[in-house]
Design a protein around this ligand. Structure first.
Ligand SMILES: [Zn+2]
Length: 315
């Protein structure tokens, strides 16, 4: 008996499997986003998962967050009363002999938090990260649910990772989501977007059972400031590939060692003015943020069509 128990405990974790009762939008979502894209939809009022396509990318593996991390840094700035800060982006930042660049090489000019988040300016975030320091940045990340499992009932969930302690000089890399020891899961991104959309409740994304709350983030004003920037990101910023639908969200890309193309994320919610659903899309290797935003748009369309058929009430 003891031997059997030992054998069982040493057995590898089961491959992530979906429950026998399929999620309401699973089949349509799988058709909407072809491999290798992964993605998920979650009700923002309950944390219920509506679809989970290729959970191995979103649940059992964590990835570099790229610019999704700018949301965390922006929130840390708002909490530290630095939300009104503007910085000059010339396309290049030199600090203590280290040269860092913005993705926009000719620079964004003088900009504030809202435009910096919407247009994903790297320089604004390098500068604000130096001002905030590791302690505030890490605290915001932890409270937003990074570095710990969401408590989801999807099998095989990993916790992602936060670099602790975070070296002072690495704060800029942390704020833009590109450093060793920093990794995010799709479930965490979904949970965070749900909270921005629903007034601050961080849900455990669940396949079944009653809603499970894992935390609370942000004041009303802070959440409104972040949401406004996420609306801009899709309407006129880096998430424009999703702008055919009323979505708010953030793109993120990060290089992968040994891989030519970066990985790409889009995480957001819809409709942008009265959110019902959180969406995440992940492309392990593709054409970048554009692909991820387009996949998120395709998933959101599946949700809207279901809603318009009376979906959410027909449980
Ligand atoms: Zn810039």
């Amino acid at each position: 008996m003891l031997l059997l128990a030992l054998l069982l405990s040493a057995a590898p974790a089961p491959a992530p499997a979906l429950p026998s009762a399929p999620l309401p939008l699973q089949a349509e979502a799988e058709r909407a986003i072809p491999a290798p894209a992964a993605g998920a939809l979650m009700e923002v009022s309950t944390g219920r998962l509506l679809a989970l396509v290729r959970p191995e990318e979103l649940v059992t593996h964590a990835h570099a967050p790229g610019s999704l991390m700018k949301l965390v840094a922006a929130w840390a700035a708002l909490r530290a009363d630095q939300g009104a800060r503007s910085f000059e982006c010339t396309g290049k930042d030199v600090h203590r002999g280290k040269v860092r660049t913005c993705w926009r090489r000719d620079g964004h000019g003088r900009i504030g938090l809202r435009q910096a988040l919407a247009d994903s300016c790297d320089i604004w975030f390098y500068k604000v990260a130096r001002l905030l320091g590791p302690r505030r940045l890490l605290q915001a990340a932890r409270e937003m649910g990074l570095g710990s499992a969401t408590g989801s009932d999807v099998p095989g969930e990993v916790a992602g990772a936060l670099p602790e302690p975070l070296p002072e000089l690495s704060s800029p890399e942390f704020a833009v989501g590109r450093m060793d020891g920093l990794a995010l899961t799709g479930l965490q991104a979904l949970s965070l977007m749900g909270a921005l959309a629903n007034g601050g409740t961080l849900w455990s994304p669940r396949l079944a059972g009653p809603p499970a709350q894992r935390g609370k983030v942000g004041t009303r004003d802070e959440l409104e400031d972040l949401s406004r920037a996420l609306r801009d990101a899709v309407q006129s910023g880096t998430g424009a590939a999703a702008s055919d639908l009323p979505i708010a969200g953030k793109t993120g890309t990060a290089p992968v060692p040994g891989q030519e193309e970066p990985l790409a994320w889009f995480a957001g919610f819809a409709p942008d003015d009265a959110p019902q659903v959180a969406v995440v899309a992940f492309v392990p290797e593709g054409l970048g943020a554009r692909d991820a935003a387009a996949a998120a748009s395709d998933l959101t369309r599946v949700y809207f069509q279901w809603r318009d058929r009376g979906g959410p009430s027909a449980r």
